[in-house]
Design a protein around this ligand. Structure first.
Ligand code: G6P
Length: 611
């Protein structure tokens, strides 16, 4: 979603801002803009990509050593040049960029109109800029105080950067619900929504907390609350490496990330599984194991692909640890007055750690007294900071909007948690435990094997790239994989796809089957193998096209299906980690063949920081 960059120091800000905006493109956006102060205000903004903005600016002079840049993902007002950020206040005193939503903007706007203010855009951000200016001029106060007073009057979420023409030596930043990171350089500071634009300049960062306001001069940083309480900034060292946010020769980030999965999974269990596979150590959960062991129930909360990982988690926890599990969408959970017990364990799963609905659901669970755990990929993001304990996935930065390696890393963590909990509760034998742990450590090399099928999968993609509908079926542990396969296809290729439990096909989707629609069936050898073979026959009996993901050497399905994709054998509990790989590849190739923007699909955002 929206991306923020800022710079103050001795360098020319413009190249830093543009490069930063390009680093943030992966978050998803529809317009971009920059503003600098150099005695005058320089402001350019444009609908479209950062490259459109650059083209629009052309060879015009853009100098200044303080500035801000923004990529906008439209919430209030359509994506166009006027609604793009930055926004200037009515009397040109302030320039503002903002991520999030000011919920009471309409009422504030009405009041400001009553006081003579006029508005160019339909955005809530311009209302905020004018509110700050109104307070500044009327109260004859400093820019910082005007910002803090204005923020005390708004409801909603924001990550915000403000410049004031009268005080051109500072950037003022504030955060509530929408992330902001400050990069600390020598005689310079950087600001961004996440660390990716910052890492090439400095590894020292400060993550703002909700309610923080930062007043940043080139040689000075003051951190305080909205109510002017002074805070001590906590400088942290980034572990992110610049190489991790480059394509490294791959055509797309998504492809790179698909191929990174063996490493992402190995990095996620490295140091957590001992060398003889007899123990799992999850340091981040150390303090909460007693709560986990005594949990009445586990509630998993997530959105999108992370929700699908959560479904795999349900099957794992129930089967191994024998604890009832519910898997909830953050957006539903937060508004439907759920029953939450103090002895519930709530596990929030999120790649970005910033998803607004998941964060809101966490707050609700905490208020109800439950123990809340996080499984996140982005270190220092909001969810790990809001939760009581948790486990990081070590998948590395995921830039492609369609999540791939984050999913398999999340499932890896869930598997480790479920096995460890099962062992602690004496629900599985030592032998079973050791066997499963050993099998988990073999997954990276099995994924390497699965990835070798790329050409075969590409050939299948060529055959079905023009379809308008697709059905994905799976049972048991492979049902969430069917959902994830369908999601991948619709996200990046814009083909309508549905994931279904294979047996449920009879209750609706079977009516769709014809000789045009591919039916992707995940059917590796497991406890429901015979059943899914029957489902394949049901599809074939109706002249459907079956593309089946099967266990290597499966001759039965080979004779029924139109195409098979063979993956190495693994216990059914781990099969999601392997079977999802060809489905990711298939979606990738179909999207490329259809000429779609794979890494930045239309309308989608990587980090959904608004509800
Ligand atoms: C967006 C992304 C998805 C992601 C979902 C949840 O929709 O495009 O790829 O699965 O958000 O994000 P999270 O960061 O919480 O896992």
């Amino acid at each position: 979603m929206c991306g923020i960059v800022g710079y103050i120091g001795d360098k020319e800000a413009f190249p830093i801002l543009i490069k930063g905006l390009k680093r943030l493109e992966y978050r998803g956006y529809d317009s971009a803009g920059v503003a600098l102060l150099n005695g005058n205000t320089v402001l350019y903004k444009r609908k479209g990509k950062v490259s459109d903005l650059e083209e629009h600016i052309g060879s015009q002079e853009v100098s200044g050593k303080i500035g801000m840049g923004h990529t906008r993902w439209a919430t209030h007002g359509e994506p166009n040049d006027v609604n793009a950020h930055p926004h200037k206040s009515f009397n040109d005193k302030f320039i503002v960029i903002h991520n999030g939503i000011i919920e009471n903007y309409a009422r504030l706007k009405e009041k400001l109109i009553g006081r003579g203010y006029e508005f160019d855009s339909e955005t809530d951000t311009e209302v905020l800029a004018n509110l700050i200016e109104y307070i500044y001029l009327k109260g004859d106060v400093t820019a910082e105080l005007a910002v803090r007073l204005a923020l005390s009057k708004v409801f909603g979420a924001y990550g915000l950067v403000v410049m004031c023409k009268d005080e051109p030596d500072k950037l003022i930043a504030a955060r509530k619900g929408s992330p902001l990171v400050i990069g600390v350089g020598k005689g310079e500071y950087f600001l961004a929504s996440d660390a990716t634009p910052i890492v090439e300049y400095t590894k020292s960062v400060i993550y703002l907390n909700d309610g923080d306001v930062a007043v940043i001069k080139k040689n000075e940083l003051k951190l305080k609350t909205i109510d002017n309480e002074i805070l001590t900034p906590e400088i942290q060292e980034l572990s992110l490496d610049i190489g991790e946010i480059d394509k490294m020769g791959y055509e797309h980030f998504m492809l790179k990330e698909i191929y990174e999965q063996p490493k992402a999974i190995a990095d996620t269990f490295r140091g957590r599984i001992n060398s003889d596979c007899t123990n799992i150590h999850l340091g981040g959960l150390h303090a909460v194991w007693p709560d986990l062991e005594n949990a009445r129930r586990i509630i998993i909360i997530a959105c999108g692909t992370s929700w699908h990982a959560g479904l795999v988690g349900e099957y794992l926890f129930e089967e191994f640890a024998r604890i009832p599990v519910e898997v909830e969408y953050g957006s539903e959970f937060r508004y439907r007055k759920p029953v939450i017990y103090k002895d519930d364990i709530v596990i929030a799963i999120s790649q970005s750690g910033e998803t607004a609905d998941t964060l809101a659901a966490i707050k609700l669970a905490k208020e109800a007294g439950a123990t809340v755990l996080g499984i996140c990929n982005v270190v220092g993001s909001s969810i790990p900071r809001e939760t009581d304990a948790g486990v990081y996935t070590h998948a590395g930065p995921e830039i492609g909007v369609a999540s791939t390696k984050a999913f398999t890393a999340q499932v890896t963590v869930l598997t480790m948690m479920a096995l460890k909990l099962a062992r602690k509760k004496y629900q599985i034998s030592e032998d079973q435990f050791n066997h499963m742990v050993k099998e988990l450590t073999l997954i990276p090399e099995k994924i390497e094997k699965a990835l070798e099928l790329n050409d075969h999968i590409k050939a299948i993609a060529e055959l079905y790239k023009d379809c308008t509908n697709a059905l994905y079926l799976g049972r048991g542990f492979l049902f969430p994989v069917a959902l994830e396969g369908a999601l991948k296809l619709k996200e990046i290729s814009y083909i309508h796809a549905e994931g279904y439990p294979a047996a449920e096909m009879k209750h609706g989707p079977i009516a769709l089957i014809d000789k045009e629609m591919p039916v992707f069936i995940v059917a590796t050898k497991d406890s429901s193998y015979e059943k899914i073979v029957s489902n394949i026959q049901e599809v074939k009996a109706r002249n459907g096209i079956v593309i089946a993901v099967v266990t290597q050497g499966d001759d039965t399905i080979k004779h029924m299906a139109d195409h098979v994709i063979e993956v190495p054998e693994t216990p059914e509990h781990l099969a999601p980690l392997l079977t999802v790989i060809p489905l990711q590849q298939l979606s990738y190739h179909i999207a490329v063949m259809r000429g779609c923007n794979v890494d930045q699909p239309r309308n989608l955002a990587k980090s959904v920081t608004v509800e």
